[in-house]
Design a protein around this ligand. Structure first.
Ligand code: AMP
Ligand code: MG
Length: 469
């Protein structure tokens, strides 16, 4: 049967812009291909039916690169840890076709680990199986939490690779994302003083990714305003679910405000604002608490290339709304995690502050706290305050007892003001918002270890099933 991936509705729109944005490359020819993950959940978006797509189809498309799609190593620069780096670009991946999804949106296939490109420097162009698994876990978890993210379509184990004399299992991934254009794609154009291309690329971005703005006379400033809003929302969602991206360089910031590129990420175990997942991030630039301000800084840097087209004062005005939007989204998300849709500003701040103080002091696991709240929440709490978070009471001591008491007292005060019907609704919100399974670092480690030591994929498969349930 013909490979359904080869006959998709391809629209090579970036390629048709001219050859200023990429280099054509040949993907690696691997000696081994073992399909480790196929994301059947993505097939409907591509207009495909699971039954008609075999493992062989996945392998030929995502590992042997047998389609006729062009492989384009994208050109981009970026600020890495605050320093401008003009030696970037797709060093181990390519844009491997663009398709129109059944939802009408344009999607990119992007590879990771498909071999060297002109941007590999001295590196191998490869992906370790462990990093591939970690990226699948992050993307699927964030997606299930309702966060706009790239997702992995396939993960195929390839031949092993050697780094620093150590042997690692290797892999190649194909991811599906809305766009692989980054802030750094524009930064590179400014570096070469190509105002003409900045204009062209900006028109392209608006036409394909912000089409509702295209007909508006002030579409350029509206675009920047909307990007600020999208990034503010994204980072608020990360913060609420306890996600720390780890490497928020401008080459890892998508121009469509989507979350992508998961390397050194981690979900916080306990509420520790200075938590920094990347071991090489000694200053903690990309710590959990710094994420909103570094995203704002990245948006500010993007103003330099965009100022070729958009008045700077208007961009500055738009950027000045960042923290207000961020706070609004963050409050909204946190309230839902606590079961509420709406509280007064004063109550919202009081409840969130106290919750975070409580989590910081007691070091109760961040994800578990919210999943316990979901599981233990009861209509009885309104009339029997002693029942509130009963399970946790045995686990705390010393000054933690006091803060837990204060939390229960405040929560109860808010419940008393609500009708039994409203309390029922709260229970539903908690069910929808807080997952019972969280991607703790220990979970990631256990999954990776089982794969590495025993080639056991059971934990990995179970985890994906559990978050999707
Ligand atoms: P990242 O931190 O994954 O966003 O990567 C930063 C840059 O390094 C990108 O340009 C990557 O393509 C490149 N890169 C990362 N790892 C490798 C590798 N093993 N081989 C070639 N390029 C790489
Ligand atoms: Mg990257």
């Amino acid at each position: 049967m013909a490979n359904p991936f080869f006959n998709l509705n391809y629209e090579p729109v970036l390629e048709s812009l001219g050859n200023q944005y990429f280099d054509r490359v040949q993907p690696a020819n691997f000696s081994q291909h073992i399909l480790r993950f196929r994301n059947d959940k993505l097939l409907p978006i591509l207009g495909l039916d699971s039954d008609t797509v075999s493992d062989r189809h996945f392998l030929d498309f995502g590992g042997r690169f047998r389609g006729k799609q062009s492989c384009l190593a994208l050109r981009y620069h970026g600020y890495q840890f605050g320093q401008y780096n003009p030696y970037l670009g797709d060093g181990r991946g390519v844009l491997y076709g663009q398709v129109r999804g059944t939802d009408g949106k344009l999607y990119d296939f992007g590879t990771k680990g498909s071999g060297q490109t002109p941007y590999s420097q001295s590196r191998d162009g490869r992906l370790t199986l462990r990093s591939g698994v970690r990226e699948v876990l992050a993307a699927e978890t964030l997606h299930c939490l309702g966060i706009k993210t790239s997702r992995c379509l396939s993960l195929i184990e390839t031949e092993a690779l050697t780094r620093n004399d150590e042997l690692f299992r290797g892999a190649v991934m194909v991811r599906l994302s809305n766009s692989h254009l980054r802030f750094g794609t524009f930064e590179r154009l400014e570096y070469y003083d190509r105002i003409d291309l900045i204009q062209q690329l900006l028109d392209h971005v608006i036409q394909y990714y912000y089409p509702h703005l295209w007909q508006q006379s002030d579409c350029y400033v509206r675009f920047y305003r909307e990007l600020v809003e999208r990034v503010a929302k994204l980072v608020a969602q990360w913060m609420a679910v306890g996600f720390c991206h780890g490497v928020l360089n401008t080459d890892n910031m998508s121009i469509v405000g989507e979350s992508f590129d998961y390397g050194a990420y981690a979900f916080i175990d306990t509420y520790n604002p200075t938590f920094t997942p990347a071991t090489f991030d000694r200053q903690g630039r990309y710590s959990y608490r710094n994420q909103p301000s570094v995203c704002r800084w990245n948006l500010a840097m993007l103003q330099h290339p965009l100022s070729a087209v958009i008045p700077e004062t208007e961009m500055e005005t738009a950027l000045n709304t960042f923290f207000e939007s961020y706070t609004q989204y963050y409050h909204q998300q946190m309230l839902r995690k606590l079961g509420f849709t709406r509280l007064s500003v004063w109550e919202t701040e009081e409840l969130i502050d106290l919750t975070l103080q409580f989590l910081f002091l007691t070091k109760v696991n961040y994800g578990k706290f919210f999943s316990e709240l979901r599981q233990n929440f009861s209509l009885q709490w309104r009339d029997k305050p002693d029942y509130i978070l009963q399970n946790l009471k045995f686990l705390v001591s010393g000054e933690e007892v006091d803060i837990l008491k204060r939390w229960c007292w405040l929560y109860h005060r808010l419940l008393v003001e609500r009708s039994p019907n409203e309390i029922k609704k709260m229970s539903q919100i908690l069910q929808i918002t807080n997952p019972t399974v969280v991607l703790s670092e220990s979970k990631v480690k256990a999954i990776c270890q089982a794969i590495n030591k025993h080639d056991s994929w059971q934990l990995f498969i179970e985890f994906i099933q559990q978050i999707r349930a």
